[in-house]
Design a protein around this ligand. Structure first.
Ligand code: GUN
Ligand code: FE
Length: 437
């Protein structure tokens, strides 16, 4: 059981920050579910409250300081786990050349399971330290290494959606599968995750890498798997000008990525499509009708996408989360994705299109939860949701920010979003368990 008293900050409504003062939050010991959420409760009245709720008098409560607050854990809706070794480098080429020169050779190495073990441990620890309580991973085409990634997230207590990458064309000879093998591996991995997930924090994801590396029979086979097992789908959609041109060359009669994914049964209520910078209004309409959404990746969009994803121009019922897109994005920290979402949108002349930090925080938490179909479980604080949360402390040793005068809590939160880093994230909870690395 976790009981914390202090300030809670979340964004249940897009563009607005909700600050809950003098709040007591308590979870169920076994399920991690929030059972009590009482705001504006003076500290002196806590004993009476506990009594009324039939909770033990000696409940061990953690009292936060005035410079500490709780945020929902961040949800990274698009990250490539095997690319972590070259994060922070190699963003100097257009997408297709970048894949061939840096990405495929790096991903190929995960045939070696010892390598996979060592890298995935470092990555999951780094993500948890940076407040990513849920990550939606692309792994590689390797079954064993992808199982290792799933096991690592389970062992370290991170909530995860993990996809074994499917490719059967336009990839190197030693980093590609036949259609049958790709489908067989994807299915075996889904079954593996379903057997392992006793705590319901691991979800397998059907993962066609993107249209250029998948034949139509593969896309169709994966669409059938998503339906058979009722699992989410992830891919890249209308990402960059070179990708759009490649698809046009491969499928001259097909209108867009969206049309083809849809025809193959890959646009579902649980489809997480990365980038989408070059989606037409019609594509977006189709995605909205299917209940699919976009993992917006502002950092990698800045390098590869030849444009900015227009968060505010699209209909408000298009699901949208944020992703780091490591290693196309240079940082594993969702704070950097939030900042870049704000910066990129500031280049729109039209103020209506600009994304503020509150909207970025929404996308990094409850927006991401909606995108991945978990908004009934995580993304904000509510009785009956799970407690996936970060304890933020702005006055830790070696803090990256200075507090020099009286600032209201809302400005303190904004300061953290703009200037904070993992030094300020002193604790991380997933499902009511401390998983701080
Ligand atoms: N499109 C296909 N593969 C990738 C990838 O690994 N990263 C990005 N950003 N786009 C892709
Ligand atoms: Fe990506």
């Amino acid at each position: 059981m976790v009981a914390i008293y202090g300030t809670l900050v979340h964004t249940p409504v897009k563009g607005k920050v909700d600050i809950l003062l003098n709040t007591l939050i308590i979870t169920d010991e076994h399920t991690g579910i929030i059972t009590q959420l009482q705001s504006n409760l003076p500290r002196t009245e806590i004993p009476t409250f506990l009594k009324e709720q039939h909770l033990p008098e000696d409940t061990n409560i953690r009292y936060l300081s005035p410079f500490q607050f709780i945020l929902p854990g961040f949800i990274d809706t698009h990250i490539h786990a095997p690319q972590y070794p070259f994060t922070g480098t190699c963003t100097d080429l257009p997408l297709t050349e970048w894949l061939n020169k840096y990405t495929f050779p790096c991903e190929k190495r995960y045939q070696d399971t010892d390598w996979a073990k060592s890298i995935y441990q470092v990555l999951v620890r780094r993500l948890l330290r940076n407040g990513t309580t849920t990550a939606v991973y692309f792994a590689s085409i390797h079954l064993e290494a992808t199982k290792i990634l799933a096991d690592t997230t389970l062992t370290m207590g991170q909530r995860a959606l993990v996809g074994l990458v499917s490719m059967d064309r336009n990839a190197p000879d030693d980093y590609i599968d036949t259609t049958e093998t790709a489908i067989h591996k994807a299915e075996t991995f889904i079954q593996y995750c379903k057997e392992r997930d006793s705590r319901q924090i691991l979800t397998p994801v059907v993962t066609p890498r993107f249209i250029p590396t998948c034949t139509i029979p593969l896309l169709e086979g994966l669409g059938q798997l998503a339906k058979k097992y009722n699992v989410p789908v992830q891919s890249h959609i209308s990402e960059s000008l070179d990708e759009v041109a490649f698809v046009r060359h491969l499928h001259p009669d097909v209108e867009s990525d969206t049309t083809l994914f849809d025809a193959c049964g890959l646009l579902t209520e649980r489809s997480i499509m990365a980038h989408g910078v070059h989606l037409s209004d019609k594509d977006v309409q189709v995605m909205v009708e299917r209940g699919s959404g976009v993992a917006v990746c502002p950092l990698s969009n800045a390098y590869f996408a030849n444009g900015v994803f227009p968060v505010k121009r699209h209909p408000s019922n298009l699901k949208m989360g944020l992703g780091t897109d490591v290693a196309g994005g240079y940082s594993p920290s969702m704070l950097n994705s939030m900042r870049q979402a704000v910066i990129s949108s500031s280049f729109w002349q039209d103020e209506q299109r600009q994304v503020d930090w509150k909207t970025a925080l929404y996308m990094a938490t409850i927006g991401g939860a909606e995108l991945i179909g978990l908004s009934h479980i995580i993304g904000s604080f509510m009785i009956s949701k799970q407690l996936d949360a970060l304890v933020i402390d702005l006055k830790t040793d070696n803090s990256p920010l200075d507090l020099l005068w009286d600032e209201p809590i809302e400005l303190l939160v904004e300061k953290f979003i703009n200037l904070g880093d993992d030094r300020c994230i002193i604790d991380v909870l997933v499902g009511g368990n401390y998983v701080t690395p």
